[in-house]
Write a protein of this length. Structure first.
Length: 113
């Protein structure tokens, strides 16, 4: 897929739309740029997890996990579901999965395979 060209023929309206999309993309990338948030998304790719499950998987305190989940929720990347006293989180859409696949390909895939 080719990236769009921005040149002298690009209208002001098109540039405004590109800037708005760049802001949206920047916020998304900032949200996943923290190691803890990135790991939370990695765990949620496999399915819904409770806050307690995430605490155990991350070996982190509840306050730290909740803080990172709050940022991911603010950016619209995860959604909570309450069942009694337990709160479960899942991905809101496929954007994190697509980015994580690219990150995996760039940084994690074993080249020796």
């Amino acid at each position: 897929m080719a990236l769009p060209a921005i040149d002298d023929n690009t209208t002001e309206a098109e540039i405004d739309r590109i800037v708005a999309k760049a802001t949206q993309a920047s916020n998304f990338l900032k949200a996943i740029s923290h190691e803890g948030r990135l790991m939370i998304l990695c765990y949620l790719v496999t399915g819904e997890k409770s806050v307690t499950e995430l605490e155990n998987l991350l070996s982190a305190r509840q306050a730290a996990v909740s803080q990172q989940l709050s940022r991911l929720r603010l950016e619209g990347l995860v959604q909570p579901r309450r069942e009694g006293k337990t709160i479960y989180y899942s991905l809101t859409d496929d954007r994190p999965r697509k980015i994580l696949e690219a990150v995996y390909d760039l940084f994690c895939r074993d080249d020796a395979a």
